[in-house]
Design a protein around this ligand. Structure first.
Ligand code: D5M
Ligand code: FE
Ligand code: ZN
Length: 701
């Protein structure tokens, strides 16, 4: 087996650059056991080039190291250079506001035009500005326009523009969905530098495929580190290596970063009356916890009851949503199917326990409160395509006939979905904007601190032109959808990538930064999976003990994950977005790199994490608070670190990306983030007004 496989068999990961450093010497100059022992002593599960180099140094193989590193490591350097060039190009990019006339055509107007980039001599941020000109029913893909932009290499492409109005209309087969899509980042597979590194793994590097050596052997002390015998939990002696003295900590908690609004800068937003309401917060939901009937009630029974209640709640909420669809006629309980005539058309609503493809079509097992039934739909039926969109444990409706022999033959499938048309909301007196962020990851050594600081300066009026001035002046709200800090021990080897290795310090650092957000901007801040919060969804908030500095910020409102924030009467559904992971696993053609599509799948299923027991941990609360009960005007998520947006039936879906450059872990799993881009939302239309780029200040992009 090769080095990568051997390491993976032992739950260790290796970065491509470290792989190249080590591969030649593997099994010749050092054993797997030695390498793992070294990594273990360093407390890491990820062998990166620093670890590899230090290991080689310890083994006295330093000359080898320098020659290897100059030949192989030069590659990433070149790429970094390229992306720096790219950044400075991007710095020149300023997009002027487009056709500003608003789409007063009435009805269901989809507003979104991002104007093509124009180069200007201005320094600083680049903005893509969106205005409206598009009417419903047409579908345009901004991504195709994006390809007309210069295509930068270096793993990350700067593609953000395109004018919907200019694009050819493709609305035909897709018109049913009225999708306007704008893929901000076309992260092409071939731009992932890791691929090469990983594929090398396939090449045999050794000729024995023997056992993976045990790495707990304690005898090998020839690497200069003095082992000391300690005894493990079971009295077995284990090698204990003194901790390598910590390198000098270079982190700052940003307490010295203090800025205030630029003198004379005019904030229109200060004069606009605040109008927000937390329309939904998990903290406000009163759960009734089921109790055992008497002292003899066994624990297991309570657990079963809890799960049953959870799914009952989901079913009830979903039935209500599905029944709003006028196409769905009378609904019948599964248990009552045997009473209906075999030629009667009836509808059932149930949780999809499982599904599979058969020779002639698709078979589902569907459950409601009264029973379980098999549902079959023929492949020739148009609706059978929905098979692929239905995630396990989602609730859907089937219309068809009962055969009388245990199988329901469906000819229609209804996803809960959202109505095609949205009710118009009264216009606002004047423009007011909200900035949407997520995944700041303060504390990570990949946190784009310079970019974030520049963003804060920008909010304080340090703008480059009139267009930016108008934006900043009217920003009244900021929403942060989780992963506000990097946390501790979230993934193997994370410790090595922390600039602030303490969770208290991380929140303090974040609060120091956010204290520079002008006081008239209200910040809504919710947790994600990196935060000090309950891991299972829903997440009611942050653990106060850790996140205290954040809670103390005067203009911050802590929200749960998920939550609905109502801004001037517009509902913003905010979720961190872990459900996207399950969509990517279960729905064909979905990827982390196009998260808005996955968000749309969730919206159509009207649930933020439909599948139980897979990647996303879900708490079986007596009430299912992850159901998207009312149709939002805007749905924001983060988590996957890629910015993308889309419009569907009047709902604006946006994944707000991140402020963290690619981590070693993400390199291993091929995730290419799009950091430091700030979408600005026009609250009145709940649509994109502009995207402001700060990625040129983000190192490692
Ligand atoms: O998630 C950042 C990105 O990393 C997001 O796309 C999910 C992905 N991710 C997180 N954990 C894993 C594991 N264990 N395997 C594969 N992909 C993962 P964040 O929540 O910021 O870490
Ligand atoms: Fe994140
Ligand atoms: Zn996350």
């Amino acid at each position: 087996m090769g080095l990568i496989k051997d390491l993976m068999a032992n739950n260790y990961l290796i970065t491509p650059s470290a792989y190249y450093l080590l591969v030649d010497g593997y099994k010749k100059d050092f054993t797997l056991a030695e390498l793992i022992k070294f990594a273990k002593a360093r407390g890491t599960f990820v062998i990166d080039s620093t670890v590899a180099r230090e290991f080689l140094m310890e083994k006295g193989m330093a000359p080898l190291e320098s020659s290897i590193s100059s030949s192989t490591e030069s590659h990433p350097h070149v790429e970094e250079q390229t992306s720096e060039d790219m950044a400075s190009e991007a710095e020149m990019l300023v997009e002027t506001p487009g056709t500003v006339e608003s789409s007063a055509v009435g009805g269901e107007i989809l507003e979104l035009t991002t104007v093509a980039a124009v180069h200007s001599a201005d320094k600083g941020t680049s903005i893509s500005t969106g205005t409206s000109s598009e009417s419903g029913g047409d579908m345009s893909e901004m991504s195709s326009l994006g390809q007309e932009e210069p295509n930068f290499s270096g793993g990350e492409s700067y593609i953000s523009t395109g004018t919907l109005g200019e694009s050819p209309l493709i609305g035909d087969s897709e018109s049913e969905t009225e999708v306007i899509e704008a893929s901000i980042s076309e992260v092409a597979d071939e731009t992932l530098p890791v691929e090469g590194g990983l594929s090398v793994e396939e090449a045999p590097t050794g000729n024995d495929n023997g056992n993976v050596p045990s790495y707990v052997s304690s005898g090998e002390a020839d690497n200069g580190v003095k082992p000391r015998i300690v005894y493990g939990d079971y009295g077995v002696p284990i090698a204990y290596v003194e901790e390598v003295p910590e390198e000098e900590k270079s982190y700052s908690v940003y307490s010295d970063f203090r800025i205030s609004p630029k003198e004379g800068f005019y904030y229109r937003a200060k004069e606009i009356p605040e109008d927000y309401e937390i329309a939904f917060d998990v903290k406000d939901v009163k759960f009734t916890i089921p109790k055992a009937k008497d002292a003899r009630g066994k624990e297991g029974e309570i657990i079963i009851k809890v799960y049953a209640d959870y799914f009952r709640s989901r079913l009830k909420k979903m039935r209500r949503i599905l029944r709003e669809n006028p196409e769905i006629g009378s609904v019948i309980d599964i248990a009552k199917l045997s009473y209906v005539r075999t030629d009667d058309d009836v509808t059932i609503i149930g949780l999809v326990n499982s599904k599979r493809e058969t020779a002639k079509g698709f078979m589902f097992e569907v459950e409601d409160n009264t029973g379980i039934i098999k549902v079959f739909i023929n492949r020739n039926n148009e609706d059978s395509k929905k098979f692929f969109e239905i995630m396990p444990d989602a609730v859907v409706a089937f219309r068809g006939r009962y055969s009388g022999r245990g199988i329901f033959f469906a000819d229609k499938i209804y996803l809960p979905d959202v109505p095609k048309f949205k009710r118009e909301k009264p216009p606002l007196e004047e423009k007011v904007y909200a900035v949407l962020l997520s995944d700041i990851h303060v504390g990570s050594n990949k946190f784009c601190e310079k970019a974030f600081m520049r963003f804060l300066e920008w909010l304080n009026g340090d703008v480059n032109n009139r267009a930016e001035e108008e934006l900043v002046s009217r920003i009244k709200y900021m929403i942060i959808a989780g992963d506000v800090v990097d946390g501790i021990g979230i993934y193997p080897g994370q410790y090595n990538e922390l600039a602030i290795p303490d969770i208290f310090d991380q929140y303090e650092a974040l609060a120091n930064l956010l204290s520079n957000v002008p006081g008239h901007i209200t910040m809504f801040i919710g947790p994600g999976n990196h935060d000090a919060a309950r891991t299972a969804l829903p997440q009611p908030g942050f653990y106060e003990e850790y996140a205290r500095p954040l809670l103390k910020l005067k203009n911050a409102v802590i929200i749960s994950n998920p939550a609905v924030v109502r801004l001037h009467g517009r509902d913003f559904l905010i979720a961190h977005g872990r459900g996207i992971e399950d969509v990517v696993s279960f729905i064909p053609n979905r990827t982390h790199h196009r998260p808005a599509e996955a968000m749309l799948d969730l919206l159509k299923l009207r649930h933020l994490a439909p599948t139980f027991g897979e990647k996303v941990p879900i708490a079986p609360d007596p009430e299912d608070t992850l159901v998207i009960e009312s149709v939002p005007d805007l749905f924001q998520a983060g988590h996957v670190h890629v910015m993308q947006y889309k419009i569907y039936n009047g709902v604006f879906l946006i994944n707000t990306g991140t402020w963290q450059a690619q981590t070693e872990f993400q390199k291993m799993v091929n995730i290419v983030p799009t950091p430091a881009r700030v979408p600005i939302i026009d609250v009145e239309t709940a649509r994109l007004r502009a995207v402001v780029h700060f990625d040129q200040y983000c190192e490692g992009v």
